[in-house]
Each structure stands twice: as structure tokens, then as C-alpha cells.
Ligand binder design. Structure first.
Ligand code: NAD
Ligand code: UDP
Ligand code: UDP
Length: 343
């Protein structure tokens, strides 16, 4: 890559699900990538294939502490994302979102780097407006079990906007809707990983509530495309941009599709709906379409096929090493058994 276009890019949370795909894409494009992660939920396995690349570097670091490096762009993804992970140590979750944002914004300010924030559709909470547009202020419980994540991300957005207004920083905020694909943690408790693991093992599919609640799922490759377009867009969006796939499905439907795609016989098993579980979620992506010329390309069935191949390979690898008791993919997939890989 020409020196003029080649950038030094920091990816925090780069060993996680989305971060590892982003690092891979940026390394392939020829940029110098610094991946910073404390391995709270991410793993070295996710980026093992990049370790030998001369333009990839890995640093173990917790973003709640200051970081002094020289870079041109910062993607701030560090934060546990699945409900069981972010609720495991809620105080640390808020610190990661808020102190992490302050440190990364301070770094961006010092080195004059453009900075991208991985925000979330959770800033809309249990939305009263459907589909959700960026100008909706949200309906969030500030004191519930999901609040550490939702309010942490909302405060991070506030900080990003204030560093922009007060210090003239060049910022990008992506409000990411549910994303799935290879390298999701098999025991992270999220719906796609749970249902995939359960279906492939012939275990009951744990459907929470009556399964009529909806989400809109975006395949990871489409999301990474959007990240890079948003970061590099010439026009300043001036505020957050929704990124996601507007194709909305109920949890019952996604269960049935996963059972069909994996050729499983797993029955559906109803469980109580978790507290404050949002009822509907669907992005209005008009802004992303207009600003970035982007929209998702991967159909749900294609994306689920790719994801099923990944989980199947993990299960096979783990049964080959079956003597190694308690390996990740071999662990029970019931939510109660799930904990982040604490460092
Ligand atoms: P993930 O849990 O796989 O990745 C998060 C990464 O951040 C992990 O590698 C973890 O070890 C690291 N991390 C956590 N706390 C840290 C800290 N204090 N210092 C350094 N590293 C830390 O989750 P993901 O799905 O890849 O999500 C990435 C980002 O995208 C998160 O900020 C999340 O909130 C956001 N997001 C994801 C989705 C989704 O559907 N995947 C939806 C909305 C928003
Ligand atoms: N910071 C950092 N790396 C840098 C510059 C700053 O981690 O290269 C952190 C530092 O911990 C600081 C925070 O970012 O507290 C916010 O920085 P800012 O300059 O905005 O504020 P101040 O230093 O006045 O607190
Ligand atoms: N869900 C489910 N069974 C599971 C895991 C999740 O029915 O085993 C439901 C959950 O109640 C929610 C939806 O699937 O309504 C999406 O959950 P996830 O944790 O993946 O993401 P989020 O709630 O953060 O959108």
C-alpha cells in the first residue's frame, strides 16, 4: 500500500468477535493495525492467524487505563457485548464504556486521529418507536440489569459528541444492531450462538418468552464493510448512524430457521423472558444508505449457513480433543453456565 494511503490504525477490543474481523480486513487492506484487548471476552484464537503478519501488532491492555501510542485512526470496540458477559461485572462494564471512551478520546485529541465508537441499538432501550431512527431519544431503564451497558454506551455517545463540539475532534458513532457470524463466542448466551450450539448438539432450543419478540440480524461481513465506510466517509455525519440489517424476524422464526439449516431435531423449549428484554428492534438505515451508499448484501439464510459451518467445525475440533475436559466449545451451552473468560 502507498505510504500516503497506508494508515496506523488502533482497534480496541480487536480480539473479540467484531474486532477480529475488522483487524483482518484492515490488515488485508495493507494498513498497520494495532490490536488492543484485555481478553475479557475476546481470545487470542480469534486473531492467531494475524500474528505473523508484519503489519499487525497485539497489545494486552485495559482501556480503562490511559494508553499512549501514535496512530491515525481509532476504532473503539472494547466492551463486552452479550448480556451475560456485560452483566457479569456491571461496574467494570460501565467503566469500560465511560473511562475507556475518555481515554480513547484523550488519545485521539492528542494525536489528532479520527475516532469511531461502536455504539449500539441498546441506546434505544425498549423502543416506543418502530423502526428506530437516529433522532429517537430512546426508552431506557437507567437502573435495571441491562443499564450498565445501555447507559454506559449512551454516556460514551455524549462524550464523543462533546469532544467533537468542545475540542473539534473528528468522530464517527455507529449504532450497531444485532450482528452475527463466525467467531461469535459459542457460550456468549446470545441468541444466534445459543441456538446454533443447541441445534448442532441436538439439545432443546431455549426460546425466551413466547418467541414473538423481534430482532434484525446483520451478517458480520456486511457490518465490517459499514464500519470502514463510516470511518472513511468524507462527509461528517454530525451524529450517530444506525448500522444493521432491516430484515426483522421473531425469535421463534430464527429458532426454526437454525433448526432447518443445521438439519437438527431439537425441540423448542420455552423459558422466562429476561428482565427489560426489548420487544422489537429494527433499524431505519436511510442515513447509512444515503451517507455511505451502504446496505447489507448477505441474506439471513446465507449468513446462518456460514455461521453454522463455523460452529460445526468448532464442535468437531472440540470432540477430537475430547480428552481435554472443559474446553470452550465442549462446555454446556445453557446460559447459567456462561461466564466471560476473566483475565
Ligand atoms: P466481544 O465481546 O466479542 O468483543 C469485545 C472485545 O472487547 C473483547 O475482545 C474483549 O476482551 C474486549 N474488552 C472488553 N473490555 C475491555 C477493556 N476494558 N479493555 C480492553 N478490551 C476490552 O463483542 P463484539 O460483539 O465483538 O462487540 C464489539 C463492540 O461492538 C462492543 O463495543 C459492542 O458493544 C458493540 N456492539 C456489538 C453488537 C453485536 O451484535 N455484536 C451490537 C451492538 C454493539
Ligand atoms: N489519554 C490517553 N492517551 C493520550 C492522551 C490522553 O490515554 O495519549 C487519557 C488520559 O488518561 C486523560 C484522558 O485521556 O485523562 C482524557 O484526556 P484529555 O486530554 O481530554 O483530558 P485531561 O488530560 O485534561 O483529563
Ligand atoms: N433469546 C432467546 N433464547 C436464548 C438467547 C436469547 O430467546 O437462548 C432471546 C432474548 O430474550 C432476546 C433475543 O433472543 O429477545 C436476542 O437476545 P441476545 O442476547 O442475542 O441480544 P439482545 O437482547 O442484546 O438483542
Amino acid at each position: 500500500m502507498k505510504e500516503l494511503t497506508r494508515k496506523r490504525i488502533l482497534v480496541t477490543g480487536g480480539a473479540g468477535f467484531l474486532g477480529s474481523h475488522l483487524c483482518e480486513r484492515l490488515v488485508t487492506q495493507g494498513h498497520d493495525v494495532l490490536c488492543v484487548d484485555n481478553f475479557y471476552t475476546g481470545t487470542k484464537d480469534n486473531i492467531a492467524h494475524l500474528l505473523d503478519c508484519p503489519n499487525f501488532e497485539l497489545m494486552r491492555h485495559d482501556v480503562t487505563f490511559p494508553l499512549y501510542v501514535e496512530v491515525d485512526q481509532i476504532y473503539n470496540l472494547a466492551c463486552p457485548a452479550s448480556p451475560i458477559h456485560y452483566q457479569h461485572d456491571p461496574v467494570q462494564t460501565t467503566k469500560t464504556s465511560v473511562h475507556g471512551a475518555i481515554n480513547m478520546l484523550g488519545l485521539a485529541k492528542r494525536v489528532k486521529a479520527r475516532i469511531f465508537q461502536a455504539s449500539t441499538s441498546e441506546v434505544y432501550g425498549d423502543a416506543l418507536v418502530h423502526p428506530q431512527k437516529e433522532d429517537y431519544w430512546g426508552h431506557v431503564n437507567p437502573i435495571g440489569p441491562r443499564s450498565c451497558y445501555d447507559e454506559g454506551k449512551r454516556c460514551a455517545e455524549t462524550l464523543f459528541m462533546d469532544y467533537r463540539r468542545q475540542h473539534g475532534l473528528s468522530i464517527r458513532i455507529a449504532r450497531i444492531f444485532n450482528t452475527y457470524g463466525p467467531r461469535m463466542h459459542p457460550t456468549d448466551g446470545r441468541v444466534v450462538s445459543n441456538f446454533m450450539m443447541q441445534a448442532l448438539r441436538g439439545e432443546p432450543i431455549t426460546l425466551y418468552g413466547d418467541g414473538s419478540q423481534t430482532r434484525s440480524f446483520c451478517y458480520v461481513d456486511d457490518m465490517i464493510d459499514a464500519f470502514i465506510r463510516l470511518m472513511n466517509s468524507a462527509d461528517d455525519p454530525g451524529g450517530p448512524v444506525n448500522l444493521g440489517n432491516p430484515h426483522e424476524v421473531s425469535m421463534r422464526e430464527i429458532a426454526q430457521r437454525i433448526v432447518a439449516i443445521t438439519g437438527s431435531n431439537s425441540p423448542l423449549e420455552l423459558h422466562p423472558l429476561p428482565t427489560d428484554d426489548p420487544w422489537h428492534r429494527q433499524p431505519d438505515i436511510s442515513r447509512a444508505r444515503e451517507l455511505l451508499g451502504w446496505q447489507p448484501q448477505t441474506s439471513l439464510d446465507d449468513g446462518l449457513q456460514h455461521t453454522a459451518r463455523y460452529f460445526r467445525a468448532r464442535i468437531e475440533a472440540s470432540s477430537e480433543a475430547s480428552s481435554e475436559a472443559g474446553s470452550e466449545a465442549g462446555a454446556p451451552s445453557a446460559p447459567a453456565a456462561q461466564r466471560p473468560a476473566l483475565t
